[in-house]
Write a protein that binds this ligand. Structure first.
Ligand code: COA
Length: 270
């Protein structure tokens, strides 16, 4: 199914899609007053932008980044999450997983240009991309336990694929943040550069190099490498199920509420 082009009608509110002369599309998450946090509307707009990438033959490759210099994406929108019950939280997780799978399975190369905080859903968004180029002051983390839940957009699976089990468990269980250089040392990030300009330059340089090869061969590389992990579907299902299950606990609502009220949570384990 094809949609009318959003490059020309440009009706999105929280996501910008632009295309340069080299066929490189840039998708910018554009909600900087909330540090580009992904609310439901933004996730659906990201789905629309990715559909355009799938459909538009002028687009040869993609950069996903965040507006401004502070945040790539500071997570799923906590104000929205705080209102979810078990059934809707599971759906919310499955919906995010679905959009991020569109990115991972895209036949065209997708690079995350990580321009600041990549936390929770933001870290998961970066992980769904085929590579990551980060500015030196970017920070990565999956702090969901501090909110009384767990990563719900594929982070439990893709971080393990990326940096291995022990480091994944440490990061997710502590909720700690990594600097860009620590993330590079662990293999989460491909390149770290000093400035925002260098980040876009490096990202485009990689995409232009890839564009000199056969797009068919490149898309088959993406598909084949993804096949290494394709038997792990159960992990994503479990992640969504447990994300939903946490939404019926007091801790989930306490964790989210505490963030919104700018105070420390008081977790009771129930
Ligand atoms: N969801 C909703 N709103 C968010 C958000 C999120 N994930 N992250 C940041 N915001 C909002 C803040 O509530 C604040 O809104 P306000 O100005 O209306 O109060 C605004 O963005 C700026 O954030 P603030 O916390 O004031 O900035 P900071 O520089 O003090 O801290 C962070 C930056 C990234 C450390 C902090 O915002 C944070 O911890 N965010 C949540 C990260 C997280 O837990 N993500 C996982 C979500 S599942």
């Amino acid at each position: 199914m094809t949609f009318p082009s959003i490059l020309t009608d440009n009706k999105l509110k929280n996501v910008k899609l632009t295309l340069d002369d080299d066929g490189i599309a840039t998708i910018t998450i554009n909600r900087s007053s909330k540090l580009n946090a992904l609310n439901y509307e933004t996730i659906e707009e990201l789905r629309r932008a990715m559909q355009e990438v799938y459909d538009n033959t002028e687009i040869r490759s993609v950069i996903i980044t965040g507006e401004g210099t502070k945040a790539f994406v500071a997570g799923a929108d906590i104000a929205e999450l705080s209102k979810l019950d078990e059934v809707n939280a599971k759906r919310y997780s499955q919906n995010g997983q679905d959009v991020f799978a569109m990115i991972e399975n895209c036949r065209k190369p997708v690079i995350a240009a990580v321009n600041g905080y990549a936390l929770g859903g933001g870290c998961e968004l970066a992980l769904a991309c085929h590579m990551r180029v980060a500015v030196e002051n970017a920070k990565f983390g999956l702090p969901e336990v501090k909110l009384g839940t767990l990563p719900g957009f594929g982070g439990t699976q893709r971080l393990t694929q990326s940096i291995g089990k022990a480091k994944t468990l440490e990061l997710i269980m502590t909720g700690d943040m990594l600097s860009a250089s620590e993330a590079k040392e662990l293999g989460l990030v491909n390149h770290v550069v000093p400035t925002h300009e260098e980040m876009m330059k490096k990202t485009k340089e990689i995409l232009r190099k890839i564009a000199t090869s056969s797009p068919i061969a490149v898309s088959l590389v993406i598909n084949t490498v993804n096949t290494v992990y394709s038997s792990q579907e159960r992990g994503y299902q479990k992640e969504a199920q447990f994300f939903g299950a946490t939404a019926k606990t007091n801790d989930f609502h306490e964790g989210m509420q505490a963030f919104l009220e700018k105070r420390k949570p008081n977790f009771l384990g129930k």
